[in-house]
Design a protein around this ligand. Structure first.
Ligand code: PLP
Length: 395
């Protein structure tokens, strides 16, 4: 097919043409003098996106999942205790990884649709007077439920308990799209990937590491080779990788950081917030509910939309794909079949979002749901019209 619709999955996201071209470069010798001209600006760009002056950034030819693994296996020892909440598919999978590494997980189960239980974390940290908990894991944006959590609040809980645990934050579906403050929130390791806010194909696991986490690396005894930060650091010091880097993706990342900064990080966040507001207005007009239980938890990168009881939400995703060639996100794990997801992150404009909303309406009407064609589109149009008018006034 010569034409292609935008995707509305919460990553991989739509790729700007300039980034597609930046990834598509001729083969280069990764030991040549040209490579550091790509590597170092990419590392520095990520650091600025993380809002950090102190993080060291490492980029593995892998995906976000490897970023989780790099965080734990570079800083923890077999049998160490970590504190984590399970409130969606991704927090669930990170916990599963910890278990498989022989870590003891203090797991707080939270209904899917709720955020990180900051108070329960505070209680667990206060009760841990002999500091058995070595790390606290937080998923900033649960992509499965469309829930953004209070990462700063967990840092406050750590500080209030005067607890020395490391603080690891999964920002895979938030970094580069929603406010994220590595230094400001006292994050020790932030994890992300190339295929969401950075608008690239999957293939890079990106982590920012604080000086405190760097200091834990030598004492950590969990096995690692490919993901050993020490090898990567040594490599960077010699302008190289400990193995063959994904040069094209790194060039894409360098260019993505330039793009994000040219738009302005705060403007990128504001655009995501505005587009998400329009999607949420549409959901309300359809008479449907989000999986996220309260407005303070609404994610600006993905909306998980509950379908009526007894209706299989997966039908929306498959019908959209087969009839209209449009991709929405399926429900995952505990909410499989109960929600469908509209991803609204990365390279997206108001007008692109309207096409996704319009498609969702056609699909739901086709499938017999009690939705009025145009209702969600009109609600979102009103949001976008008003914000465009306000921006024009402010200009
Ligand atoms: N964490 C979150 C919040 C995610 O959304 C994802 C993927 O969608 C991951 C982790 C895993 O990342 P990857 O699929 O790049 O390994």
């Amino acid at each position: 097919m010569s034409t292609q619709n935008p995707v509305f999955i919460p990553g991989p996201t739509n790729m700007p043409e300039v980034l597609r071209r930046a990834c598509d470069i001729p083969t280069m010798d990764h030991r040549s003098a040209a490579f550091p001209e790509i590597l170092h600006p990419a590392l520095e760009g990520v650091k600025r996106v993380l809002k950090s002056t102190e993080a060291e950034v490492f980029i593995f030819p892998a995906t976000g999942t490897a970023g989780w693994e790099a965080a734990i296996c570079n800083t923890l020892c077999a049998g160490d205790t970590v504190l984590a909440a399970r409130n969606g598919m991704f927090s669930h999978k990170w916990i599963d990884m910890c278990n498989r590494h022989g870590l003891k997980v203090i797991q707080i189960d939270v209904p899917w649709g709720e955020g990180l239980p900051v108070d329960a974390f505070a209680d667990a940290l206060k009760a841990d007077t002999d500091h058995k908990i070595k790390a606290v894991l937080a998923t900033h944006n649960e992509t499965a439920t469309g829930v953004v959590s209070d990462v700063a609040g967990v840092r406050k809980a750590l500080d209030a308990a005067n607890h020395p645990a490391l603080y690891f934050v999964d920002g895979v579906s938030s970094i580069g799209s929603m406010p994220f403050e590595f230094d400001g929130w006292g994050v020790d390791i932030a994890v992300t990937g190339s295929q969401k806010g950075f608008m690239l194909p999957a293939g890079l696991a990106i982590i920012g590491v604080s000086p405190k986490a760097m200091a834990a690396i030598d004492a950590a005894d969990l096995p690692r080779t490919f993901l050993d930060i020490r090898d990567m650091k040594k490599g960077y010091e010699a302008n190289a990788y400990p193995y063959t880097p994904s040069v094209g993706l790194l060039n894409g990342l360098k260019t993505a950081c330039d793009m994000i900064e040219a738009e302005g990080l705060e403007n990128v966040f504001a655009r995501h917030a505005r587009i998400a507001d329009g999607v949420r207005a549409a959901v309300k007009a359809w008479g449907l509910d989000l999986c996220a239980v309260s407005p303070d938890l609404y994610s600006n990168t993905v909306s998980a939309i509950q379908t009526p009881e007894g209706f299989d939400a997966g039908r929306i995703v498959s019908h959209a794909s087969t009839r209209y060639g449009v991709a929405f996100g399926a429900g995952l794990g505990d909410v499989a079949g109960k929600v469908f997801r509209i991803g609204h992150l990365g390279m997206l404009t108001d007008v692109m979002a309207l096409s996704g909303i319009a498609t969702a309406e056609m699909v739901m009407v086709d499938l017999g749901l009690d939705i009025t064609l145009g209702s969600g589109v009109a609600a979102a149009q009103e949001v976008y019209r008003q914000s465009a008018a306000a921006m024009a006034l402010a200009a």
